[in-house]
Design a binder for this molecule. Structure first.
Ligand SMILES: [Fe+2]
Length: 342
């Protein structure tokens, strides 16, 4: 590899003149933006134990008024970028949100897509595009970019969910904004996961009109777990299920992908090195994950992350169910998704 020199090696007057002209020399800095072989991520593995986050979140409930309920979120900041970083990986924002009984979050719409994985509590719901989605533990609920949504809580205990958004991309593109509006009128019927898309392999007849762009915005955990268990009982290897749009078979969102995983007690999962960054949410279980040699001991409801091109090994102590949030859909669209054997 050719030695491209350093900025400091250039004459000071030349550097000053370049600065005055608003230009910079590529050659000493090229390896910062085009490293050899694979990226050099800024992102570091993160681990947020729910036992540590939960009391802080409940305290936030005491400190913030009901009007701020929609923003009562603790952001999970990438350790590589430091405290206050508004992302957990370069493409994924994660936050833990608390909604207390009786609270609502006003309706709004924004350019980034948001998703929730319900962590604890009963009675919470999200209304997406007029459809009321119950939020039960482990459910995946989508609020795709451009879809109106609001939240409410009809139960009597705190509800906590994990928000995952493609916000960092929109911030980078200077494309992130929201519009607020009045609460939506709700359709008087169960959500699409209980009506049109109750059964895998069956979709409403095309004669009934064009499907919505995001036809199913809630994926009930009970069905996901049942499917994983059945695969574990009869399939080869460790079961994984991708969440897809039932009309197209494509990923549920343009940029973010979701994969449900089951790792039986005592089993080890050693996936290939992937070009994607990833966040793992533990729906249930306990185990250890090694990310590039760094050991993360996780328990129920914990969340942890891995940078792009990580060597990841999961070991489950107990029967474990995880949801992997990743950016494969984005990378496939950009044409560089890659897996490397270990
Ligand atoms: Fe939102």
């Amino acid at each position: 590899m050719a030695d491209l020199g350093t900025l400091e090696e250039l004459p000071q007057d030349y550097r000053d003149d370049m600065t005055a002209a608003g230009v910079a020399p590529l050659w000493p800095m090229m390896r910062n933006v085009l490293p050899h072989g694979q990226p050099k991520p800024v992102t570091k593995p993160g681990h947020w134990a729910y036992d540590a986050v939960r009391p802080l979140l409940l305290r936030a409930g005491e400190l913030t008024p009901v009007e701020k309920a929609e923003r009562r979120v603790l952001v999970l900041s990438d350790p590589g970028r430091g405290p206050g970083a508004m992302c957990a990986t370069p493409s994924i924002y994660l936050g833990m949100q608390l909604l207390l009984p009786g609270e609502t979050a006003p309706a709004h719409v924004h350019t980034p897509s948001a998703t929730r994985i319900i962590v604890e509590g009963k009675g919470g719901y999200t209304v997406v595009d007029g459809e009321k989605l119950p939020m039960e533990e482990g459910d995946l609920v989508l609020t795709p970019g451009g879809d109106w949504h609001d939240h409410g809580h009809e139960g009597d205990e705190p509800v906590v969910w994990l928000d995952a958004l493609d916000l960092p991309l929109f911030v980078y593109l200077e494309g992130s904004y929201a519009i607020e509006g009045p609460l939506q009128a709700q359709r008087n019927r169960p959500d699409a996961s209980q009506v049109e898309y109750l059964s895998a392999g069956l979709v409403p007849s095309r004669l009934r009109g064009a499907p919505r762009k995001y036809p199913m915005t809630r994926f009930p955990w009970a069905r996901t777990e049942a499917a994983l268990r059945q695969m574990a009982a009869y399939g080869d290897g460790l079961p994984e299920l991708d969440y897809v749009n039932p009309e197209t078979g494509q990923d549920v969102l343009p940029t973010m992908g979701f994969t449900a995983m089951m790792i039986p007690a005592g089993a080890t999962d050693r996936p290939p090195v992937r070009s994607t960054s990833a966040a793992f949410h533990v729906v249930r279980g306990r185990g250890t994950t090694t990310v590039n040699g760094e050991k993360i001991a996780w328990g129920p409801k914990d969340t942890f992350t891995a940078p792009v091109f990580s060597e990841i090994t999961h070991q489950a102590e107990e029967e474990s169910f995880l949801v992997r949030i990743h950016d494969r859909p984005l990378q496939e669209k950009l044409g560089y998704y890659e897996e490397r054997a270990r």
